[in-house]
Design a protein around this ligand. Structure first.
Ligand code: GAP
Length: 489
């Protein structure tokens, strides 16, 4: 499996590895080492450039710990639950719905505890680990609870989505920024879920990064002013009908989908089309992308239509972005619970805005990028390499002296110091030049600069392109320009 191979590279190269490893680590928590963190930072910047900056949305940073009241209002306290069943013999806890789906291929989303228990009994399902009997199914809340204050602790939770800060702070931000509808607020940050069985590396984590945008608009005026940018575009949509009939996604024009009511409004259509473009730029083949209209029984409690952007991994289609039409659900509930009026004035009319939300999983997305860019040893060279999109590469270039003698390292260092002022560069003088190319390729560095004996004579170096392996000689004074050409700034 590609997943295991990429995971091995991530571990060996310190890109992404388990947290608190020296103590054995806890599933679902990962550290991002220097290379991984550099890729993540670049991803976040690219996301900002693509989804935030051109549209004048505002970005905030809210707190990770929020009081219980917030989640009472949002519905998470009651509804953010997964069904679990425990093996009476080995005590392993299983996600009841996943276990049933895996063993019987039945679709059981939205079924109650009683219904799930009945299916387990009827089908005679046993613990996949030891064959023991399974307990009755019960619901388990996925939020991580904590207490604030040393005495008489005030209950609080680590946020399970970044969105709630945006809803609870909406009124203040709207006033402070002299807002008018439509009005977009974004947040990039950590979310936490006490997942029952974290697995598949970055697919299901207990602590993960989300990038969410909440666009607030007047339901009587739901036009998206940027819709013209995307209205000609086609996107791969898997409709509810197609799902029922076991069909594949088909390319559907965004404008038509909005006009026929398949997509509930222009804002949602706009984000779906932008996402398709963005994920293609990330190197995910278009045929491995689709927007699945969630079936009514799977749609979250707050949503009037959800379209998941899914990627086809080796292990099946998985959601990487949740797109929801959250209506006025969150603002209405927070108004009721806080007794604060969260409506805004639109030409003398009181309006409780409706919301469209694209919610990106950063870790899952980066995992997809790593998997699709991974070229295994033997593909076209004798080592693994990553055809990372150049705008995500951890370094723009690597600088190597051909050998570590005869003044070459000193000259290479000098060049490295110059490049460092303009680009992100990496210096390495250990091992054979072939091994150093291989190490650079494995983490997706787009260009390698080698300082050799000729450099000492004519102030030229070789520059090697990661993808083509082609080398050419360039003048040192032209080096920044040449590297920029390769990474296509
Ligand atoms: N605010 C809406 C929301 O949070 P979601 O579909 O639950 O919606 C959005 O999550 C995205 O966050 C998912 O598409 C996924 O990429 C990411 N995500 C959710 N749970 C995750 C987990 N346990 N581990 C890694 N990523 C997760």
């Amino acid at each position: 499996m590609r997943l295991e191979k990429v995971q091995e590279v991530c571990l060996r190269r310190g890109i992404i590895f388990p947290s608190a490893e020296i103590y054995g680590s806890v599933a679902g928590f990962y550290e991002w080492g220097p290379i991984g963190f550099s890729i993540k930072k670049k991803f976040i910047e690219a996301w900002r450039d693509f989804f935030i900056k051109p549209y004048g949305f505002y970005e905030i940073e809210g707190s990770l710990v929020l009081p219980e009241k917030v989640f009472e209002a949002s519905g998470h306290l009651k509804g953010f639950v997964d069904p679990i069943t425990q093996c009476e013999n080995c005590k392993t806890i299983h996600r009841a719905d996943h276990l049933i789906e895996e063993c019987t291929k039945m679709f059981v989303e939205g079924k109650s505890e009683e219904e799930l228990t009945e299916i387990i009994r009827e089908k005679g399902l046993k613990c996949p680990r030891c064959g023991g009997n399974l307990s009755e199914v019960r619901m388990f809340n996925l939020m991580l609870k904590t207490e604030i204050s040393p005495v008489g602790g005030i209950p609080a939770y680590l946020r399970p989505e970044t969105a709630q800060n945006i809803f609870t702070s909406f009124s203040r931000i709207f006033k402070a920024m002299r807002g008018k509808l439509p009005f977009g607020i974004a947040q990039i940050g950590k979310s936490f879920r006490n997942e029952i069985s974290p697995r598949r590396f970055l697919i299901r984590l207990r602590e993960f990064h989300q990038a969410e945008i909440e666009v607030f608009f007047d339901p009587d005026n739901p036009e998206c002013p940027f819709f013209h940018e995307v209205e000609e575009k086609d996107i791969p949509l898997l409709t509810r009908e197609a799902q029922k009939e076991g069909k594949e996604a088909s390319m559907i024009n965004v404008k038509e989908a909005v006009e026929t009511g398949l997509i509930p409004n222009e804002w949602l259509g706009f984000f779906l089309a932008k996402e398709f473009e963005f994920y293609t730029k990330l190197g995910i083949p278009p045929e491995c992308l689709r927007f699945r209209h969630m079936l009514p029984e799977e749609t979250p409690h707050y949503s009037k239509g959800n379209f998941d952007l899914e990627i086809k991994f080796d292990f099946g289609w998985k959601e990487v972005v949740g797109n929801a039409y959250r209506t006025d659900y969150d603002l209405r509930r927070h108004s009721e619970f806080s007794k604060k009026d969260l409506s805004v004035d639109v030409n003398g009319k009181k309006v409780l805005p409706h919301v469209v939300e694209p919610s990106f999983g950063i870790d899952r997305t980066i995992l997809a990028v790593l998997l699709f860019s991974f070229r295994e040893k033997g593909y076209d060279r004798d080592w693994n390499w990553m055809k990372l999109p150049n705008f995500l590469a951890p370094f723009h270039a690597a600088v190597f002296p051909l050998v570590s003698k005869d003044g070459l390292p000193e000259k290479a260092r000098e060049i490295f110091e110059v490049l460092k002022k303009e680009l992100e560069v990496f210096y390495d003088e250990k091992g054979s030049i072939g091994k150093r190319y291989a190490r650079a390729d494995e983490i997706g560095i787009p260009a390698c600069v080698t300082i050799d004996y000729q450099t000492m004579e004519d102030e030229t170096v070789t520059i090697r392109d990661r993808d083509t392996k082609q080398q050419k000689r360039v003048k040192i004074e032209k080096l920044v320009e040449e590297i920029r050409k390769i990474i296509s700034y």
